[in-house]
Design a protein around this ligand. Structure first.
Ligand SMILES: Cc1cc2nc3c(=O)[nH]c(=O)nc-3n(C[C@H](O)[C@H](O)[C@H](O)COP(=O)(O)OP(=O)(O)OC[C@H]3O[C@@H](n4cnc5c(N)ncnc54)[C@H](O)[C@@H]3O)c2cc1C
Length: 408
């Protein structure tokens, strides 16, 4: 049995962020993943400005490595197409000085960027092709049964994604369809653009509501195309997401003409998205959960990479304190849950409200028209959402107070 202080299960963005921060603080870390890197992760591949900020906070060299990648498309905004085909565009860069950037970059490449730093770190022991099957908390730590033998750690981090074994076996996590999204992805070559190519596109089609079909431009004439819908509604309305995607690409008036010469590069692939719209214990005796294992995906947009990195960072900071005083018990670890939800819960709540609002296609039509008719409000919304972090501060009266003063 291999013994160590900290074992992290899963070397995606959440696990890698946590490992790098612990290792940079001088701790020996064992990082296990059932896959061998580079590995694909089914995803929309959209990286919000928050992702880039998190990279810098974890290690400035990650940003430099990220900037060297060529297989990425810079994004300047998003195009939302309502069920009645009316559309409006939200730009990221209202204020050029702030240089807010987003990207679409295949997760194969993004995760490789993180993995390259993990792999060469002298304090991280990365073990690939190592599937964790069983986790058991014992008196002096946690025992792991894996395809590569047994491990013992003082504490573990569950960074093993949407189907987390750690969340199921230690936190008693059960999938709740009302807080889970079913999603499909397929890469296409030779897609045509009728608009500037630096906008991500969200098509709200009534058959998959609440949810949307996305077309995310990639480097060259490639696109990441997918569809996602709340699992509860998939089950209740008996929706076949694969055929809805196929139908839209073949016959939707504003989508199909651009795919007439396009070729799928792979078969359609599906994966779950655990949404952050429901709180559950994300730590316990000798374990912490991060990223998708902790259900930290934005309920409206489906973005999870930024919070995966952020939670990996918070977990590392929590563990560094825990190691100093040798405390890994559930009561001590509650401080981690509090920090995560303090940082993310208000954003999740407003996103959940938007998700519910978007359940009715007529409301989406109304909102799109309303924003198009009210250019000033539209511009202000751009600024409030993307530069002033409305999603983080919406429940603080001081936010509105400052806005009112500024508006005068
Ligand atoms: C279709 C789809 C589209 C999405 N689009 C976007 C998007 O455009 N932008 C965005 O920000 N987010 C998006 N997301 C969400 C995003 O993919 C996740 O939030 C993000 O990958 C979470 O990172 P993570 O490190 O927590 O988990 P993951 O990236 O899933 O990494 C988990 C790792 O754990 C390993 N693992 C799992 N089980 C075990 C085990 N038993 N033993 C050992 N290793 C194990 C896996 O091999 C994997 O490497 C999307 C998700 C889906 C499904």
């Amino acid at each position: 049995m291999q013994k160590t202080e900290i074992v992290i299960i899963g070397a995606g963005p959440a696990g890698s962020a946590c490992a790098l921060l612990l290792a940079d603080a001088g701790k020996e870390v064992v990082l296990l993943d059932k896959a061998a890197f580079p590995r694909d992760k089914i995803c929309g591949d959209a990286l919000s400005p928050d992702v880039i900020n998190q990279l810098v906070k974890i290690r400035p060299s990650l940003r430099e490595r990220f900037d060297q990648q060529t297989d990425r498309q810079r994004i300047t905004g998003l195009r939302m197409i309502a069920p009645n085909k009316e559309e409006f565009v939200l730009y990221l860069n209202q204020n050029q000085e702030k240089n807010i950037e987003g990207f679409v970059m295949p997760r194969m490449e993004f995760d490789r960027t993180l993995n390259e730093e993990v792999r060469i770190h002298p304090k991280i022991k990365l073990i690939e092709n190592c599937k964790v099957d069983k986790v058991t908390v014992v008196a002096d730590g946690v025992q792991l049964e894996t395809s590569e033998g047994e491990f013992h750690a003082l504490s573990i981090v569950g960074a093993d994604g949407a189907h987390s074994i750690v969340a199921k076996q230690l936190a008693g996590f059960e999938m709740d369809r009302n807080h889970y999204c079913a999603a499909l992805r397929v890469y296409y070559d030779n897609v045509e653009w009728d608009q500037p190519k630096d906008l991500i596109e969200l098509h709200f089609i009534p058959e998959v509501s609440p949810g949307y079909l996305w077309i995310f431009p990639m480097e060259g004439n490639k696109a990441n195309v997918g569809i996602g819908m709340l699992s509860k509604h998939v089950a209740e309305k008996n929706v076949n997401l694969r055929s809805e995607l196929d139908k839209a690409l073949k016959s939707h008036p504003s989508i199909s003409p651009r795919f007439k010469n396009a070729m799928a590069r792979e078969s359609v692939k599906g994966f779950g998205i655990p949404l952050g719209s429901k709180k559950f214990p994300i730590s316990g005796n000798r374990f912490l959960l991060v990223g998708d294992a902790a259900s930290l995906v934005d309920p409206m947009t489906g973005e999870g990479v930024g919070n995966a990195l952020r939670s990996g960072r918070f977990a590392a900071e929590h563990l560094l304190e825990a190691l100093k005083i040798n405390r890994f018990d559930a009561a001590y670890n509650k401080a981690y849950d509090r920090r995560i939800y303090k940082a993310m819960w208000s954003e999740f709540r407003i996103s959940r409200a938007f998700q519910k609002f978007f359940t009715n296609p007529r409301r989406v039509n109304w909102l799109t028209g309303f924003l198009n008719r009210n250019k000033k409000l539209h511009q202000k919304m751009n600024k409030w959402f993307l530069e002033d972090h409305l999603m983080t501060h919406w429940n603080k009266p001081s936010f509105y107070f400052k806005k009112i003063l500024n508006l005068k």
